[in-house]
Every structure is written in C-alpha cells, then in structure tokens.
Design a protein around this ligand. Structure first.
Ligand code: PMP
Length: 364
C-alpha cells in the first residue's frame, strides 16, 4: 500500500501586490494572467506519485531531449472555481474532471492521477490564491490541471518512465460581457479532428494542435467556430471547436433535446452530461444519437430544429445562429438566442454561482 501524497507548502509564498491583483481582476479576459502559486506532483516507475508541492508560480525547466517536446505525451483538464453569495468559493463537479483526466491518461499510456490528489491539488491552490477569484458577474477562476512526460530520451518504442503533474489558475472574465451573442459556424469537410480508434475522447494536447488549421479556415470563411464531422463519411456531427453541440427539435412542451452520441471520437463534456440531466429534470425528452449535416440543414429549413447551441466550461452555453459549408449556408430559427437555450444557461449558471438550488449535489 503506497503512502498518501501530502502537499508540502512553500515557506516563501509570493503574493502579488494588491494593486496589481485588483488591476488584473478588473479586466482579466481569458488565460492571460496567472495566480501567485502552482501545484506540482511527480510520478516515476520506481516511486509512483510523490513530491507533491505548492510553490510560487514559476517557469518549468526541461532538458531539450525531454520526451514531451518530441512525442507529445501531454493531457489537460479545465474547470472553474466560482464566487458564491456567502463569500465562499465552489467548483462544479470536479470529480468528473478527475475521472476524465484518468481516462485521458489511460489513452495516452500515462499514469492515472488518483482522484484525491487531483481534488487536493485544487483545494490547495484555491485556498492559498483565494484572493484571485473574481467576484464580478459571470467571472471565475479557471483551473488548468495538466500532465506531461519528463523522461530524457529520444527512444520512441515505449511510454516515458516519468511524468510531471501541474495545476495553474487564471482569473477569467465574463465570456459574454455585453450579452449572449450567437456564433456562425463552419462545417469542416476538409479537416477532421479525430478518427475511430484515435484520441478524440481524450483531452490530449495534440487534438488541439491539429485543430488550429481548421479553425483558421473557418475564420477565412467568416465563421467564429469550426464544427467537426465524423472522419469516415464527413456527415455525422461530432462537436464544435472546444464545445459539445445540442439541437432543440420542436418547441414549448413538445421540445426535444438531441446531442451527438459519444462515438469515441468526441470529448465527453461535463457540461454536456449536466445539461442532459437538467433536460430530464425539466421533463424534456433527451436523446443521444447520430445527427447528420443533412438532417441539420433539412430540419433547420423546415423549422423542426428551433434552436442549436454549444456547451462547455469556458463559455457555458453559446447559441449557434448560422451554419456555413462549402455548398451554402442556413440560419437556425431567427438567428437569435433561443428560449430553451437561454433557460438552460440561466439554470446552469444559477447553480454554479450558488443562486439556484443544486439538486444533484454538483457544487463543492
Ligand atoms: N469538446 C472539446 C473538444 C473540449 O475541449 C471541451 C472543453 N473541455 C468540451 C467539448 C466541453 O467539455 P466540458 O463541458 O467538460 O468543458
């Protein structure tokens, strides 16, 4: 039985000046500023998980022959800490991120970080850097756990024998500071994100590296985001950029919520699974199934598809207003944010910011 891993706290904490911090918190944007501290833990074949530390935020030094720089064994997670009405700080389903981090590790032949180390690392960092959690509107502290291989070798015939887990945190402003705006999306038929048997279901760094060229193509077409299709036929809808997609069929009491089924090549989003549960609680019919671009276009034109939205930790819920592809374009509803889209958004942010009851016990 291995010893529990306990975090050693720095004896020289290095808080930024209150002046610098309040300047950053007034307009943090996304991913531009980092808190005063970070957490690290190491894994080796001989010692397993060990050497867990909370230290001042600092650069990581790597030998040029470190395997991650060559073969890219790198995975990450993303979740948020939210200010609560009573002045406390809470996160949303962090154990689901812990489990997905383990799933990603298995796919990349990396060691699984035990759930208690993952959760302890979040608690350690948020408690020491609690002054960095913004308190305005829909702002939050974005938490970025990640793991890289650190063995020094160019050998490529086996996974690395040592790894570094790190957690950093970055204050994040309201994503839609000036109101929720629908996006225009590009159906990517030239590039695919993931293929059967590949790494699409893992939060693997390489998936994101491979996506930039398609995102650039979407931007050239005047679109905000790229929609990924299945690799084989380029017909089934998978996900949008770094978010999962939902389709609303019908409206009012008859509304049905449809999202692409988990095929192994899209990321099982935590917001996605939360919205499926919330939809059921609202008494909606919810379906996880294959949905093709033909069905999307036909049912948008006939009016059967009334709303489409994307969901994820960063932007919560983003309405999709318009869809463009190599053969033309079409609009969803009147192109504005849909009623159910905004209702689900309010309910989810209400739970996250402690303003609505949390019937599933998602906050901690
Ligand atoms: N798909 C991809 C490719 C993503 O990177 C993300 C963000 N993690 C999501 C979907 C949404 O996942 P979540 O709801 O867990 O943030």
């Amino acid at each position: 039985m291995s010893q529990p891993v306990v975090f050693t706290r720095t004896e020289t904490p290095r808080p930024a000046s209150a002046e610098h911090r309040s300047k950053v918190l007034a307009d943090p944007g996304f991913g531009n500023y980092f808190t005063d501290h970070m957490v690290t833990a190491r894994w080796s074949t001989e010692q397993g998980w060990h050497d867990a530390r909370l230290e001042p935020y600092h650069p990581v030094e790597l030998d040029p022959a470190t395997t991650v720089l060559h073969y890219g064994q790198a995975i990450f997670e993303g979740l948020k800490a939210y200010h609560q009405p009573d002045g406390s700080i809470a996160s949303f389903r962090p154990w689901a991120n812990a489990a997905r981090f383990q799933d990603s590790a298995r796919r990349l032949a990396m060691p699984e970080l035990p759930e208690e180390i993952f959760l302890d690392s979040l608690r350690e960092l948020v408690s020491v850097d609690n002054q960095w959690v913004p308190t305005e509107g829909e702002s939050s502290l974005y938490l970025r756990p990640f793991m890289i291989s650190t063995e020094r070798t160019l050998g490529v015939n086996r996974p690395a024998s040592s790894y570094l887990y790190t957690l950093i945190a970055s204050p994040a402003g309201s994503y839609f500071a000036s109101g929720v705006k629908p996006v225009t999306v590009w159906l990517s038929r030239e590039y695919v994100r993931a293929s059967p048997g590949g790494t699409g279901a893992a939060k693997f760094a390489g998936n994101y590296a491979a996506s930039f060229v398609a995102q650039a193509q979407a931007a050239e077409q005047g679109c905000d985001q790229v929609v990924w299709l299945d690799a084989v036929e380029r017909r089934a809808v998978e996900e949008m950029g770094g978010m999962n997609l939902f389709f609303v069929l019908g409206s009012g009491a008859e509304a049905r919520l449809v999202t692409p089924e988990l095929t192994g090549s899209l990321l099982p989003g935590i917001t996605r699974s939360s919205l499926l549960r919330m939809g059921e609680r609202l008494g909606l019919e919810v379906e996880e199934r294959r949905i093709t671009t033909d069905e999307w276009e036909q049912k948008a034109l006939s009016g059967e598809i009334t709303e489409v939205f994307a969901c994820g930790t960063a932007a919560v819920i983003t309405p999709v207003g318009k869809v463009r592809h190599s053969g033309g374009e079409f609009t969803i509803g009147d192109g504005g944010p849909g009623e159910l889209t905004m209702k689900l958004r309010e309910q989810l942010t209400g739970i996250q910011y402690g303003e609505l009851p949390d019937p599933e016990g998602w906050m901690t």
